[in-house]
Design a binder for this molecule. Structure first.
Ligand code: SF4
Length: 680
């Protein structure tokens, strides 16, 4: 078979770096950076360099599995597919189509996400389809659509290198998106000022000129205090506001109450420092705001993003090169899964299921009647399991580790009449399934991913799937056909042509146009070169809209019983629920076991030494983990990464939701910490 090299896309974060897989005799043996890739340009982080390591892992699923008591039994595909179709049909016939729920996947391709939502909507007349964007950037989609008209990164990753001022707020870019951090380093080398707002002293802070370690959950007071100072000093872009914005009077009235002194009282930052940061951001010729889950994963996540949009629009730092708003998407294709309509309220391209004209277009194209009722979100599907929701199909998602209040999630999975899980490993969630489909990883299939800067990119098959595992595209086509749908696609490229025909913003996307570097949407026709930055002369919604960002404190604050702030998040060596990275020897060597960060003063108070076991307890559960004593966290704060199954941080997190986007408040809850006497 010999040696071959295949260009494809990294399976981990939303940066979407280009990588080259070396295959020897059918086995992926190494990964190299792609120097011709327009985003990563020859860079990869530690996860990208190790991306081949899990592909041939012995834990890979190689056959459909059927539950028999507490064990699984291998069954052939020609039993598995009819069984899945039969159980789904049975549920819909007995309880109605809305008793079926589907979780699509930010790890799967655009074409697979398109087929998944189409299958759910066509076969069961339900919009109960969602995916893990609900847990990361749902507030971005809601708030940016409201203010600018488009819920996506306004600019391109490479624009960051040309910025004069970069405000990083609620993003540990250096660990979660290291190649994007490289663009920030370039900007700093060119003289840019880096300002970091984060309760933790993350790796990003090491390169910052100013660090604002705000109290957890006080982003809105800080941003409003900045806007008040900018308006008072006449530093806002009056021409931009007059020519392109609406709602300034209402915003100004609201902001007038947010003096820097009041903001300081809430966020804990010196008023003079708030003024300095406000002036630096407003006066710079090109200012950019980079944010991530530190902003979105709050019960006021949508209002947090509204405040960011308001600040950027107030200063005219949007609609041009090198400035803009940069929500950093977590998973490799979370942008694409949203774009493809794996959401309960929209078809592909964010076209509303409730709009009669839009629904009519999809009904005609798909040849069936569709529901006009928005469906349930991830947390609602899981929360209603065994009640309104009876059968669930989960494609490459792992709520048993990723969702808040995991004990409740596990009870919900057990309560289902039938659970179908489609994945590459027997995940924590798959262990609860009645039927398991063995799917394919990024290196075993073709299709497209869309990265965080709206870039459609080609994924190319490098190796064959293991055993009897099938390409996810094929599994969806087989299941769709078994359900009586016309899913006779021969290749993902045909699916892309259908997507383009139904979605104006992707009208010019074709596989043959993506061969060299991909295309950024909007790309409405076959001659369009793609769009580097949005909102150039007009916002997608016409005029930009200032929307009032009401501040609500975190729903659970420290008290006598639970005296610590607990925050959860990611670390550099692992990705999401660790399904792939924890099977990579190289990445495991970097971070082999679960830990929680604790401040040295708290460690003295608790009589805990570095490496000793601690027990963290919240109102929802307890975990035992290893203490990592560090000044990265402030006194009174604990940070726990959520990747580790042996100490599931999401046993602890608060499932309270942001009412607008329905994202849970992962970033703040109240916890108790005690030394655990038993060592390893
Ligand atoms: Fe992969 Fe993200 Fe690392 Fe790039 S930055 S190599 S996309 S994990």
């Amino acid at each position: 078979m010999g040696t071959k090299f295949t260009k494809t896309i990294c399976p981990y974060c939303g940066t979407g770096c280009g990588l080259i897989i070396k295959v020897e005799d059918g086995v992926a043996v190494a990964t190299y950076p792609d120097s011709e890739h327009p985003v990563s340009r020859g860079s990869l982080c530690i996860k990208g360099w190790s991306a081949h390591e899990f592909i041939h892992h012995p834990d890979r699923l190689t056959s459909p599995l059927l539950r028999k008591g507490d064990a699984f039994q291998e069954i052939p595909w020609d039993e598995a597919i009819p069984m899945a179709a039969g159980k789904l049909r049975e549920t819909a016939a007995k309880y109605g189509g809305d008793a079926v729920g589907g979780l699509s996947s930010a790890k799967c391709t655009n074409e697979e996400n398109y087929l998944f939502q189409k299958l759910m909507r066509m076969a069961f007349k339900t919009n109960n389809v969602d995916h893990c964007a609900r847990l990361c950037h749902a507030p971005t989609t809601v708030a940016m659509a409201q203010t600018l008209g488009s819920g996506a990164m306004t600019n391109s990753i490479s624009d960051l290198a040309g910025a004069d001022c970069i405000l990083v707020i609620g993003s540990n870019t250096a660990e979660s998106h290291p190649v994007i951090m490289g663009e920030i380093y370039k900007a700093i080398d060119g003289g840019a000022t880096l300002i970091v707002v984060d309760p933790r002293k993350t790796a990003v802070v090491q390169n910052a000129k100013i660090h604002l370690p705000i109290n957890p959950g006080t982003d809105i007071p800080l941003l409003c205090g900045m806007m008040k100072h900018i308006i008072d000093e006449g530093l806002y872009d009056k021409d931009f506001v007059k020519a392109r914005m609406e709602g300034f009077e209402e915003l100004n009235e609201f902001i007038s109450a947010w003096t820097v002194e009041k903001a300081s009282g809430e966020c804990g930052i010196n008023p003079e420092l708030i003024k300095l940061v406000a002036e630096t951001y407003a006066k710079a010729k090109e200012s950019a705001i980079v944010y991530c889950m530190g902003i979105t994963q709050h019960a006021c996540g949508t209002a947090n993003v509204l405040a960011i949009c308001d600040l950027a629009m107030l200063c005219g730092h949007v609609g041009k090169e090198y400035s803009g708003i940069y929500p950093l998407r977590g998973q490799n294709n979370v942008q694409g899964a949203c774009d493809m309509g794996a959401l309960p309220n929209v078809y592909p391209g964010y076209q509303s299921v409730s709009d009669p004209a839009i629904r009519d277009k999809f009904q005609k194209a798909w040849g069936v009647e569709l529901s006009d009722k928005p469906g349930l979100t991830v947390t609602e599907i899981i929360g209603s399991a065994g009640k309104d929701t009876r059968t669930v199909y989960i494609m490459a998602e792992n709520p048993a580790l990723s969702d808040p209040d995991v004990n409740h999630v596990l009870e919900s999975l057990k309560a289902l009449d039938f659970l179908i899980v489609h994945d590459i490993f027997l995940t924590e969630t798959a262990k609860f399934a009645h039927l398991v489909f063995p799917g394919t990883c990024f290196a075993e299939k073709s299709g497209t991913f869309t990265n965080t800067e709206r870039r459609f990119q080609l994924l190319r098959k490098a190796v064959d799937p293991p055993g009897n595992a099938k390409e996810d595209f094929t599994i969806l086509c087989l299941l769709g056909s078994a359900l009586g749908l016309d899913f006779s696609y021969n290749h993902p490229g045909e699916v892309m042509e259908e997507i383009a025909s139904l979605t104006p913003a992707y009208g010019g996307i074709r596989f043959d146009r993506l061969e060299r570097g991909g295309l950024q949407w909007p790309c409405p026709d076959s001659d369009h070169p793609g769009t580097q930055y949005l909102h150039k002369d007009r916002f997608t919604r016409g005029r930009g809209l200032f929307v009032i960002p009401e501040h609500t404190p975190p729903k659970e604050l420290p008290d006598d019983d639970y005296p610590y702030y607990l925050s959860t998040g990611r670390m550099f060596a692992h990705y999401h629920t660790g399904t792939m990275t924890r099977r990579s020897p190289f990445l495991n060597r970097e971070a082999e076991k679960a830990y929680a960060e604790i401040n040295p003063e708290d460690a003295i108070h608790l009589d805990v030494k570095d490496g000793e076991k601690i027990k963290i307890t919240t109102r929802r559960g307890s975990i035992i983990t290893t203490a990592r004593i560090t000044k990265r966290v402030s006194k009174g704060c604990i940070f726990a990464p959520f990747h580790f199954t042996e100490a599931r941080a999401n046993m602890l997190t608060n499932p309270v939701l942001d009412p607008l986007s329905k994202i849970p408040e992962f970033k703040v809850c109240a916890a108790n910490v005690k030394k655990e006497s038993q060592d390893d």
